[in-house]
Design a protein around this ligand. Structure first.
Ligand SMILES: [Zn+2]
Length: 210
């Protein structure tokens, strides 16, 4: 896909997330890997009102080379790209349900959302750990995300929100949406005893679709 087509797709998908309430105000940021660097949403931009030509361009070393000033959360994206060769795009949201799960003290921090549906397993994978709370902008967050992302396609930042990677921009956006739905199901089913997918069923999904 050309850089121009990628820019236009980013505007379209970000606008769709915004219109459906996955982000509010200037929350959330999205990046995508190009052959010669990265595109990322600009600082203080709203996902609902991006302009293709103003999206920030970074070189392969994440230095700003074009467009508006990049998101201040660019280091979260860098943590994923340097940890995962398969990451072609990264979506960070403050979406309500996933963030709610990231505020619960009594969940398994290694894997808070159990395998309730095949779609979550197919999009997000076997596990999605919680990275402990850091103040926004704290440089110590990057190595913590990097470490967690080495064996997880997505992480939840405690009391903050999800960071989700995918092979393509569309994959990453769909995974962020599926994560939000899985978080909603998880919260709806808290205190009940739902039937989970078995380890064999999870293995089968990851072998077939992983
Ligand atoms: Zn954030």
């Amino acid at each position: 896909m050309s850089e121009q087509a990628t820019r236009e797709l980013l505007v379209e998908l970000a606008g769709s997330l915004f219109r459906r309430g996955f982000s509010v105000g200037s929350a959330g940021n999205i990046s995508v890997r190009l052959e010669d660097g990265f595109l990322i949403t600009p600082t203080n931009s709203s996902l609902g009102r991006l302009e293709a030509a103003r999206i920030s361009k970074l070189d392969r070393d994440f230095a700003h080379v074009g467009g508006d000033k990049p998101s201040k959360e660019v280091f979260m994206h860098r943590a994923f790209y340097t940890a995962r060769a398969d990451a072609g795009a990264v979506v960070h949201l403050h979406s309500t349900m996933a963030t709610a799960v990231a505020c619960l003290p009594d969940v398994d921090a290694e894997n808070p959302i159990p395998p309730l549906t095949p779609y979550f397993v197919m999009r997000v994978g076997r596990r999605m750990p919680i990275v402990r709370y850091y103040r926004p902008g704290d440089a110590a967050m990057e190595p913590a995300i990097h470490e967690a992302a080495r064996d997880a396609r997505a992480v939840l930042l405690a009391n903050h929100g999800p960071v989700v990677s995918g092979k393509t921009l569309t994959d990453a956006v769909y995974a962020a949406e599926e994560l939000e739905e899985a978080a909603k199901l998880f919260l709806m089913l808290r205190g009940t005893n739902p039937r989970l997918l078995t380890p064999a069923q999870v293995d089968d999904l990851l072998t077939t679709f992983g």
